[in-house]
Design a protein around this ligand. Structure first.
Ligand code: URA
Length: 226
């Protein structure tokens, strides 16, 4: 089965399509990032042509921060500023994300890694579609395997749905601790949404406090077992 057909079936809700272990997806289609190290993964993102977005992007935007971080924040896809500078969350939404981090005592790059689900800027800042998400997700999954964060915070619907594997509103997912592959995961609003919807900032603050509390609990459990 070609990668393209597989992606199409996924978009139609007819996946997953099982493949024999070791069988490599045909290009263009699903990326096989499962065994890549950091430098292979960075090179693969830089040269990726797995979806149509590569035609209009300036560069693949890989991710930024401490590659051994306890905290992993995940957004949607690079915007215009990120496409120009090659770093996630450097525009207006990024300024708010930096403030959100600061509000719970965190700082970009210090025990924090920031990544997006989709590594290429979608034209006109539209949301990435499900084919683009499916094509890019193997990169994020491998980033998570390499980082091994203690806690994941997903920012907005695209990241939350991609990692939790089902559609749902942020309102129904937030304020709870979920899990991705055994890693606690907290859902909150996307900073770009919060710039437009000030009344949800208080809820985002509650989610950040929940994240901080969850991290503290994890760390105290860890030190109790040492
Ligand atoms: N929005 C995102 O989701 N990611 C970015 O890097 C910038 C804006």
């Amino acid at each position: 089965m070609t990668g393209r057909r597989e992606l199409f079936l996924q978009e139609m809700g007819l996946g997953p399509v099982w493949r024999a272990r070791g069988e490599v997806a045909d290009a263009p289609g699903l990326v096989d990032a499962g065994a890549m190290d950091w430098s292979e993964l960075k090179a693969a993102v830089a040269g990726c042509t797995a979806c149509e977005l590569h035609k209009s992007r300036t560069r693949g935007v890989f991710g930024v921060g401490d590659e051994n971080a306890d905290w992993l924040f995940i957004g949607e896809a690079p915007g215009v500023d990120e496409d120009a500078q090659g770093e996630p969350f450097v525009g207006q939404a990024g300024k708010l994300l930096d403030n959100m981090l600061r509000s719970i005592g965190l700082k970009r790059g210090v025990n924090v890694y920031i990544a997006n689900v989709v590594k290429s800027h979608p034209p006109n800042n539209r949301n990435p579609n499900s084919v683009e998400v499916a094509a890019c997700l193997p990169y994020l999954k491998r980033q998570i395997e390499l980082i091994q964060p203690k806690l994941i915070v997903t920012l907005g619907k695209v990241a939350s749905e991609a990692l939790l594997g089902h559609e749902a509103t942020i309102a129904s997912l937030r304020a709870k601790v979920h899990a991705y592959q055994g890693i606690p995961l907290i859902v909150t609003y996307h900073p770009a949404y919060l710039l437009r919807t000030l009344q949800d900032k208080a809820r985002a603050w509650e989610d950040l406090c929940l994240a901080k509390q969850t991290m503290q609990d994890l760390c105290s459990k860890e030190s109790a077992t040492i």
